[in-house]
Design a protein around this ligand. Structure first.
Ligand code: SF4
Length: 326
């Protein structure tokens, strides 16, 4: 029987963080401290990740997204993807910051990856450097070029909008999607940043983004699966698409189908879970696959109904984005 929680939601999507290391230090995610990551022995090894993936696929997981930190900084990620594909994952994707993408793209395609999400939070090189604390703008653009020239489809570009930082670029990002015929997704800033700077005032609501784009171009809604995070639109009579991920202002938890494994082997049933469930301990202390599958079923059954960002008692989780993996 596929994984289902107590609200009857089928859990078919797994996000696997293969590392908490990253070559960027985006201001809405990581702290400025480059050493802000766990020791290697604390992270799941590839054989441990293979084993947990096999168990979760046996429990009905169909879609797998590889995340980080930055997944491409961990050697061996393409081989892991090839092993996942050979296990029959229906839909295999990755979220990357794009810095290493141009170099890895062919190997990712050869390994069987289907599609890709590339983070790009500004089209202005100077602002890009301010946000990511790197000089990687041209590398990321080369990564997007390489992905669009490859078999990966669709190619989605994600921008986290922060009021006063890059919200002035909404129209430029929309134009970028039209010019490049790609899917430009706007993500509302979530309270998962390491420096705890998040406030509601810094959130640019999806409704505002849609209004501003529709002031310039006609958008046509596209059908979307209820469990998908983005509401999708295409430009009437034009190229490119827009996606709006309104986690804060229009939560989509009611049909959430996602669970996550962190790089240090914790199962998280929600991005905003207060609790971690230690699969690494079970993998390293003689538990059978059946034990682990049984434990996962129990934990998933108790999956949170949703995040409580809009509730007066909301407290951000102790784990921040780079240690969860989006
Ligand atoms: S906040 Fe949690 S429950 Fe809501 S969509 Fe995200 S992971 Fe699912």
């Amino acid at each position: 029987m596929p994984l289902t929680d107590k609200f009857g939601r089928p859990i078919t999507d797994l996000r696997i963080s293969v590392t908490d290391k990253c070559n960027f230090r985006c201001v809405y995610c990581r702290s400025a401290d480059p050493e802000n990551h766990k020791a290697d022995h604390e992270l799941l090894s590839w054989p441990e990740l293979d084993r947990l993936s096999r168990i979760l696929l046996g429990l009905g997981i169909q879609k797998v997204r590889i995340t980080g930190g930055e997944p491409l900084v961990r050697p061996g990620v393409e081989d892991f993807i090839a092993r996942l594909k050979s296990l029959g994952v229906r839909d295999l994707s990755m979220t990357t910051n794009g810095h290493l993408l141009a170099d890895h793209c062919d190997r990712l395609v050869a390994a069987g990856m289907d599609r890709i999400n590339i983070s790009l939070d500004s089209l202005d090189p100077a602002k890009f450097e301010k946000i990511t604390r790197t000089h990687s703008f041209s590398k990321v653009m080369a990564g997007i070029d390489r992905a669009q020239a490859s078999a990966l489809r669709p190619v989605k570009v994600n921008a986290v909008l922060v009021r006063g930082l890059n919200d002035d670029e909404v129209e430029a990002f929309a134009e970028f999607a039209r010019e490049r015929d790609l899917i430009m997704r706007f993500i509302e800033f979530m309270p998962l940043d390491a420096d705890r700077h998040w406030t509601r005032d810094l959130v640019v609501p999806a409704a505002e983004i849609q209004r501003r784009i529709e002031a310039r171009w006609k958008l046509e809604p596209l059908p979307h699966d209820r469990s998908e995070t983005a509401r999708k639109f295409r430009f009437a009579g034009g190229r490119g698409q827009i996606g709006l991920i309104a986690s804060v202002t229009q939560p989509f938890c009611g049909f959430c189908s996602r669970i996550r494994i962190t790089a240090d082997g914790k199962l998280r049933t929600c991005l905003f879970s207060k609790d971690d469930h230690d699969l690494r301990y079970m993998v390293r202390n003689g538990h059978t696959d059946q034990d682990i599958a049984g434990y996962i079923r129990e934990v998933v059954n108790d999956k949170e109904e949703g995040h409580r960002i809009n509730e007066p008692d909301f407290v951000p989780p102790s784990r921040t984005m780079v240690f969860i993996g989006g």
